[in-house]
Ligand binder design. Structure first.
Ligand code: FPP
Length: 239
């Protein structure tokens, strides 16, 4: 099914955030090790990035590694980090060709050196691209972000206000996500953008991340566009 024609290009979410979930279960279903699922998840990353850029969505965030993911078996963590380095290196050319700027949020200093270095290089090489910004959340958690923002604010000596705190979040330079998609049927935010998702529309699908394709993404956008966003007001006030 092609949902492209149902999308109103004038009402696109300016920032879409995605929790890419279900890689492990997808692999197990196929009788393979969990890492096989992550490897296949890379194709979904490619497809969804392309779909968002083609539509004209300015910001796309992907939750690639949470601070809690360090608790996974060491071999899985190592495999994920290796996959990240490989993917970043392999995709640089495509990012350049498509004018996509790569950015990252999270406690990046704590990433393995090779991952950090590949990431920094890619961020630098793509910094002038202006078609879309692809943000990877790596070693990220919402609680970490709010805590580091609070610490920075305290160190600055400024008054604690909502605006001031917001300016110190690692996402301060981008608009908050308007749509958050989570795959694999889990109905949680899992310590992702806790502050930033305050008014996001949440979209959950049973599709596992390695099966998530352009048309699934478009379906989420169509669903988003059918919703009435009230921001605390009444339906009459916003219609
Ligand atoms: C969640 O599935 C997925 C992850 C923790 C990692 C996502 C990483 C990729 C798709 C690899 C490459 C990414 C980029 C951005 C280059 P899960 O393992 O929690 O699945 P489960 O819930 O079925 O166990």
């Amino acid at each position: 099914m092609d949902s492209s024609s149902d999308i109103d290009l004038h009402k696109l979410p300016q920032h879409v955030a995605v929790i890419m979930d279900g890689n492990g279960r997808w692999a197990q279903k196929h009788g393979k090790a969990r890492v096989y699922g992550h490897q296949h998840g890379v194709e979904s990353v490619r497809q969804i990035t392309e779909a968002a850029a083609e539509m004209g969505i300015p910001y796309l965030s992907l939750y690639a590694f949470s601070t809690e993911n360090w608790n996974r078996p060491a071999y899985e963590v190592t495999a994920l980090m290796t996959l990240l380095v490989q993917t970043i290196k392999n995709e640089i050319e495509t990012l350049q060709k498509n004018q996509i700027r790569l950015q990252a949020v999270g406690n990046l200093d704590r990433l393995p050196r090779a991952t950090h270095r590949a990431l920094e290089r890619a961020i630098e090489q793509t910094q002038h691209n202006d078609r879309m910004t692809l943000i990877l959340a790596l070693n990220y958690s919402g609680k970490w972000d709010i805590t580091q923002a609070m610490q920075a604010l305290q160190a600055s000596g400024a008054d604690v206000t909502q605006d001031a705190l917001e300016q110190h979040l690692s996402t301060a330079q981008w608009p908050d996500p308007e749509l958050m998609i989570r795959t694999s049927g889990e109905l949680r935010i899992s310590n992702f953008f806790l502050w930033q998702l305050a008014y996001a529309e949440l979209y959950f699908t049973d599709v596992m991340w390695p099966d998530f394709r352009k048309d699934h993404f478009k379906q989420a956008i169509v669903d988003f566009q059918k919703r009435q966003r009230r921001f605390g007001k009444t339906g009459e006030q916003v219609s």
